[in-house]
Design a protein around this ligand. Structure first.
Ligand code: DGL
Length: 268
C-alpha cells in the first residue's frame, strides 16, 4: 500500500490552457514545487477559447482531462480563466482527482483599491459567464467593477508578438477606458496577459496596480496536493513534459521562448 501511494505521488501534475498563456502558472508551480513532474497541454489548435461557447469549452476541457488521466496525472490545474469559469464545476463533479482553477483576481483587487473602482481585462467568454458574474456580484456592494473584453490580445501572445506596435495599440485600446472610469487596480483575467504585464503596467502608469494571481494559483495547487497527501516524495528535480494540439514547429518555438529554454513539444 505504501509503495502504491509512493507511485501515485510521483505521477505528474497536469496543467492546461487554450494555448501558451498557462505557462505563466506552470512556471510558478515549477518554482514552488521543484521536484514535481509537470505535464503541460497547450490546446492551441482550438484557441482562442474566449470566443467559443461554454459547451465547446467544456468538451475541450473534458477531453484534455481524459488525455491527462491516461498519462496518470494525479491532479489537474486549469491554467485558463475562460476554461475555469466555463467548466470547472462540471469537471469537479465528473472527476475525483483534485482540480484547481484560475479566475480573475477580483478579490485581491477589491481589497487593494483606494478609488473603489477596479478594472478587469479578460476574454469575452469569461466576462459573460455565470461564474464570473456571480463572483463580480459578490463584491459589487464594496467596489465598482469595470470589465473590458480583449479580443485579439491572446492571439498576439500566441504569435509571440509581446512587444509589437499592434500589441501596444491593443493594450492602449483596452486599458484606456478602464483608466478613464477611475480604475486604480487592473486585474489580468486571462493567463496570456501575464506575458504583457510590463507593457500593461507601462500604459496604466505608476498609480495603477496590476493584479496577477499566478503565484496564488500555484500555492493553491500545492495546498490541495498537500491536503490530499499527493505531494511528491521525490528529492530530485521534476521533469517537464509539453504537449500541444497546434502545429509542432510553432509550438516548439512558442513554448521554448516562454519557458526560457529549448524544450521538446509532443504532438497531441
Ligand atoms: N488563457 C486563457 C484565459 O486565461 C484564454 C485565452 C483564450 O483562449 O481566449 O482565459
Amino acid at each position: 500500500m505504501a509503495s502504491l501511494q509512493f507511485m501515485i505521488n510521483a505521477n505528474p501534475i497536469g496543467i492546461f490552457d487554450s494555448g501558451i498563456g498557462g505557462l505563466s502558472i506552470a512556471r510558478r508551480i515549477r518554482e514552488i514545487l521543484p521536484n514535481e513532474n509537470l505535464l503541460y497541454i497547450a490546446d492551441s489548435a482550438h484557441a482562442p477559447y474566449g470566443d467559443k461557447s461554454e459547451s465547446y469549452i467544456y468538451q475541450r476541457s473534458s477531453s484534455i482531462i481524459e488525455f491527462l488521466l491516461e498519462r496518470n496525472a494525479k491532479a489537474v490545474v486549469i491554467a485558463c480563466n475562460t476554461a475555469t469559469v466555463s467548466s470547472i464545476k462540471q469537471l469537479r463533479a465528473n472527476y475525483s482527482i483534485p482540480i484547481v482553477g484560475v479566475e480573475p483576481g477580483v478579490k485581491p483587487a477589491a481589497f487593494k483599491t483606494r478609488s473603489g473602482i477596479i478594472g478587469v481585462l479578460a476574454t469575452t467568454q469569461t466576462l459573460k459567464s455565470t461564474s464570473f458574474n456571480a463572483l463580480a456580484n459578490s463584491f459589487s456592494t464594496h467596489v465598482k467593477i469595470e470589465v473590458q473584453p480583449c479580443p485579439g490580445l491572446m492571439e498576439q501572445v500566441e504569435a509571440l508578438n509581446l512587444d509589437s506596435d499592434i500589441t501596444e495599440q491593443l493594450i492602449k485600446e483596452y486599458v484606456s477606458p478602464l483608466l478613464a472610469r477611475g480604475a486604480d487596480n487592473i486585474v489580468l483575467g486571462c493567463t496570456h496577459y501575464a506575458y504583457l504585464e510590463q507593457s500593461i503596467k507601462k500604459i496604466a502608469g505608476p498609480n495603477v496596480e496590476i493584479i496577477n494571481t499566478d503565484l496564488a494559483v500555484a500555492k493553491e495547487a500545492a495546498r490541495r496536493l498537500d491536503n490530499a497527501s499527493l505531494l511528491t516524495t521525490n528529492t530530485v528535480p521534476g521533469k517537464d513534459e509539453f504537449w500541444s494540439s497546434g502545429a509542432p514547429d510553432i509550438a516548439q518555438k512558442q513554448i521554448s521562448q516562454l519557458w526560457g529554454e529549448t524544450v521538446n513539444v509532443l504532438q497531441m
